[in-house]
Design a protein around this ligand. Structure first.
Ligand SMILES: N[C@@H](CCC(=O)N[C@@H](CS)C(=O)NCC(=O)O)C(=O)O
Length: 327
């Protein structure tokens, strides 16, 4: 049965699912959803993913619509591979649960959007300059207007559209105080993870081999998926200096360097935050939406040019005689 991952390359939760599916080594298809141009709220997508968010995983008739569920589901369909979510009673399994829940507390959307909008709280922020308060508000307002329109046109999806609108209304992701609070709350969590790594790695900070353990177990677990994508997002948001730069947390720095060598990480997260990855889905989606209109205009322009041409010239030889009408 075909497996399809719906995702947006720069989306944090998509990167979790993308990294997990690459780690599992199962075969699957990728389908990029341009969340900033409203592709996630198109009726066809809302029918398979009623939250209108990415990521989503389709496996035949089965849909998984949340990154954590996707990661757990991958364990189910590839039972012979090392488990992302090992039994909590096994060595390290309890730490996987504890640290995953701990990282889940970080309000990453607030850190992402807040960092883009209040760059004086960042250092070497990698987010495109075009991503600022004005642009974010413009995008959200456009998407919200579209939700109202689509809800009226698709009564069967009304309930989901209204729920989506509410989640948008409730978010205050560009607030400066929200960013400050979220960064503050993130700090002790990073401190705990640093300690965990220190206990595991006991002074080892480089030259890792496959036999060296990861965050909780000998193999890569959901805790590593969460940590790898979290560090990558903090790097992107210009928060490295705050959390592990200048020798502040050497184990976190070593972990980030190590995970960047991993092939799955390079595929799922490497190009994800480039300008190209952010813009291409937008261009493709806008073009696809405008395509029927463009086709109509082109056909009209062609017909008018042809009509003008035949007024002053002969019809081409292949033109049917009974259609040789001049005005
Ligand atoms: N709990 C969900 C969160 C998914 C989520 O919020 N995705 C964001 C992108 S990172 C999204 O699709 N945002 C578009 C929107 O909310 O309109 C998960 O873990 O998959």
């Amino acid at each position: 049965m075909a497996l399809t991952l719906y995702y947006f390359p720069a989306s944090f939760f998509s990167q979790r699912a993308f990294l997990a599916i690459e780690e599992k080594g199962v075969s699957y298809k990728r389908h990029v959803i341009s969340i900033h141009t409203g592709e996630a709220i198109e009726p066809w997508y809302m029918r398979i993913q009623p939250n209108g968010t990415v990521p989503a995983l389709k496996h035949g008739e089965i849909m998984k619509t949340d990154s954590k569920d996707i990661i757990q589901y991958l364990d189910e369909i590839a039972p012979d591979a090392p488990k992302f979510c090992p039994d909590p009673s096994t060595p390290g399994g309890d730490r996987v649960v504890y640290l995953t829940e701990l990282m889940q507390k970080i309000v990453i959307e607030q850190i992402t959007y807040g960092s883009g909008c209040h760059r004086h709280h960042t250092h070497d922020c990698k987010m495109p300059k075009m991503f600022n308060m004005e642009e974010a508000t413009k995008i959200w307002n456009t998407v919200d207007d579209e939700i109202h329109k689509l809800a009226a046109e698709n009564p069967d999806l009304q309930e989901h559209y209204m729920a989506k609108l509410k989640t948008h209304k409730d978010r205050e992701l560009t607030s400066e105080q929200g960013l400050i609070d979220s960064l503050k709350a993130c700090d002790p969590i990073m401190g705990e993870i640093e300690k965990e790594l220190e206990q595991k790695w006991k002074g080892k900070l480089d030259n890792f081999t496959d036999s060296d353990p990861w965050l909780c177990c000998d193999h890569f677990t959901i805790a590593d998926i969460y940590l790898a994508t979290l560090l990558h997002r903090l790097y992107f948001a210009g928060q490295v200096k705050r959390f592990w730069g200048d020798g502040k947390r050497p184990y976190l720095a070593a972990y980030y360097a190590r995970v960047q060598q991993r092939k799955s990480f390079q595929t799922a997260c490497g190009p994800a935050n480039t300008m190209r990855a952010a813009l291409m889905p937008r261009v493709r989606h806008k073009f696809r939406k405008a395509f029927p209109r463009l086709l109509g205009y082109s056909a009209l322009a062609l017909a008018i040019s042809f009509a003008v041409y035949v007024q002053y010239n002969d019809f081409p030889s292949w033109w049917p005689n009974n259609l040789k009408i001049k005005f």
